[in-house]
Design a protein around this ligand. Structure first.
Ligand SMILES: [Fe+2]
Ligand SMILES: [Fe+2]
Length: 278
């Protein structure tokens, strides 16, 4: 079970009465934030200690909460601050020809989670294409969360091996389907995030069926396996162990990401300049 200071968490949220008044989704967000803050993002999809007694909502309850928010749940993490009264910050300008690593360090918002996943893959003996997939798998959530597997695969397809993009794409759908043999169980946090009675929509079901029978199923499944389990709660991962793998398998365009006129250059520009109004 994950270690998280429940009293500090409740206190940081304004006390027990404030927590009781929070929506289910706000509680789920608070759990994720607390896990990030406690540097255990590799386990952000599990249920933190102290929150087991909070019953997961139903799909209908989550649906009823839509109109309680000023934003939609699929919006990218770079574009908002969901904390009560929270504001966004000034971003450091990227170099004129920005590389993946520039984006990773100064724009992405799931860095520790992705580094922990890549580290888990590395120590599990995964090959470099899969390690790279783990390194990148949730980074597009800076831009958008909805269907992040598809968005992520599209963002990276021009620059990474095809199998890496496949693994990024299908990790999203595979997260909803246990695979005992691979050691993957349904994440507890998904009961809070999607509802205890959630049934994946047809496009997720179809993607799962397709990936299940694909020759690269193991690569996508490995991303989900490395997405879940903790391995070192005390360590903050550095990017350094992955720089060589990125250099070998990620084709940074010489003009810089966003300037290369690729079909996804606009996506990189949107991440680079999220304060541009139109
Ligand atoms: Fe993901
Ligand atoms: Fe993840």
């Amino acid at each position: 079970m994950l270690q998280i200071d429940r009293r500090a968490l409740i206190s940081s949220l304004g006390g027990a009465a404030a927590v009781a008044a929070m929506t289910h989704e706000a509680r789920a967000d608070a759990m994720e934030d607390a896990l990030h803050a406690s540097m255990q993002p590799e386990a952000m999809h599990a249920e933190p200690e102290g929150m087991e007694n909070v019953p997961p909502p139903t799909v209908a309850q989550l649906d009823a909460e839509i109109t309680t928010r000023s934003y939609r749940r699929g919006v990218g993490g770079l574009f908002l601050n969901t904390k009560p009264g929270g504001k966004v910050d000034h971003l450091k300008p990227l170099p004129a020809a920005p590389t993946l690593i520039d984006f990773f360090i100064d724009r992405f918002r799931t860095n520790q989670h992705c580094l922990q996943s890549a580290n888990k893959a590395m120590h599990s003996g995964a090959d470099e294409e899969i390690i790279l997939a783990c390194f990148l798998h949730d980074t597009v959530q800076a831009l958008i969360r909805t269907d992040h597997g598809w968005w992520g695969a599209q963002l990276y397809a021009p620059y990474v091996p095809e199998r890496t993009a496949f693994a990024i794409n299908y990790h999203q759908a595979l997260r909803f389907y246990p695979d005992k043999e691979a050691g993957y169980v349904y994440p507890d946090l998904y009961r809070h995030t999607f509802g205890v009675d959630y049934v994946p929509p047809p496009h997720i079901q179809a993607a799962y069926k397709y990936a299940r029978n694909h020759k690269w199923y193991g690569a996508a499944r490995m991303v989900t396996v490395c997405d879940l389990y903790a391995f070192d709660h005390s360590k903050v991962m550095k990017i350094d162990p992955f720089l060589d793998i990125v250099a070998r398998h990620f084709k940074n365009p010489k003009e810089g990401l966003g300037n290369d006129n690729s079909p996804v250059a606009h996506m990189w520009r949107s991440i680079n300049f999220p304060d541009t109004p139109l």
